[in-house]
Design a protein around this ligand. Sequence first.
Ligand code: P5A
Length: 445
Amino acid sequence: MRLSRYFLPVLKETPREAQIVSHRYMLQAGMIKQSSAGIYSWLPLGFKMLRKLENIVHEEQAKAGHIAMLMPTLQSADLWRESGRYDGYGEEMLRMKDRHDRDMLFSPTAEEMFTDTFRSYVKSYKDLPLTLYQIQWKFRDEVRPRFGVMRGREFLMKDGYNFDIDKAAALHAYNRHLVTYLRTYERMGLQAIPMRADSGPIGGDYTHEFLVLADTGESEVFYDSAVTEISLGKRDVNFDDVDQCQAIMDEFTSLYARTDETHEEDLFNKVPEDRRRVARGIEVGQIFYFGTTYSEPLGATVDDGKGGQTPVHMGSHGIGVSRLLGAIIEASHDDKGIIWPEGVTPFHCGILNMRSGDDACDAACEDLYAQLTNAGLEPLYDDRDERAGAKFGTMDMIGLPWRITVGPRGIKNGVVELTSRRTGESEELSAADAVQRIVDIYTGL
Ligand code: P5A
């Protein structure tokens, strides 16, 4: 992409309404524009990032055999009356009437819709296990939408629903989701700690939230610092292996880690004092097991192979996809702007022309652009006729992990400058070597 032809409305001034850094940088980097409280337009850079996150989510769900589909955002109230949640859900649910005076709502979650789809088609235990999911906009009329995409009213969620023959099978689905979520967050450069939580309006009594530690997080958390030393890394996981998924579950959840809703002071006090932590976290996902809470009232039963009908055991699992963008920025930035992790950057590398209009500089930049593109990468070339200072400012704000700077002096000596956004360290090398380095970095991921 050439910046002169892109749509990147970077703001020079600091937006006053932003209380936390991720909100401020998303506005300044031209990623989002507020439309009304808690509702945002996704400008090209923000939209590109959402798509990147969605791709990672899809890839990790596919590995576990979960199947993607898409439900409508507007749903009939009737289904929600059947489950008994229509009246109970409260003011967070946006309700409306269509022209025929029928009650409709904007889906805040989709347990009913997925259970309805299941009951319409699946009749036999032989079709289980089944996990369906979507990545779709949700609406919750939050009392206090704030912090930009962190607590929005309209937000993008990955929501999945498992259908299993019994509790044991459904708990395997729960563990499988825990593993896929850990992998998803790690690929985004985040450490998200599973913590025992409260189930709220979704129901059931077995649930974990995934929290990214950050001072600006909305949840208070209590944990044993040893949990921050565990990671999934590159280990191979066989998602059909019940014991392996259970072992990973145990490994990640046996140490004390709780949100304030489930915190128990006496248990916490058993953690060695030097490892006890009280901190804040951003909830980037939550998984639930709720058994037959929805399958019973909605009549989602299967033939159990023994001559009877049995309601399926279910759980649901959510990732806050749009919130994750905020979480990544909270976890990875400096005072000049965002620093994208290499696994989720909007462009792989910036090319900064210090003297646009100079034949040698222009030609060297064009050449770099072509070579990076041919190598399958997506560079962002700042070819604008702007002061070098403004170009550096934009690059730093939008946070691409690597930048190649091309200037007249370097070109005379046959070198360009390769700079790491994270460390700020620069190195002079030939254009060909710079391209190779970038290619190596991304192939190594
Ligand atoms: C699980 C999937 C559910 O709704 N039903 C379907 C279950 N879970 S949840 O915890 O309520 O939401 C899942 C994740 O969505 C994100 N989230 C939000 N993101 C931005 N703004 C909001 N107002 C908001 N509310 C929830 C969170 O990451 C949450 O973990």
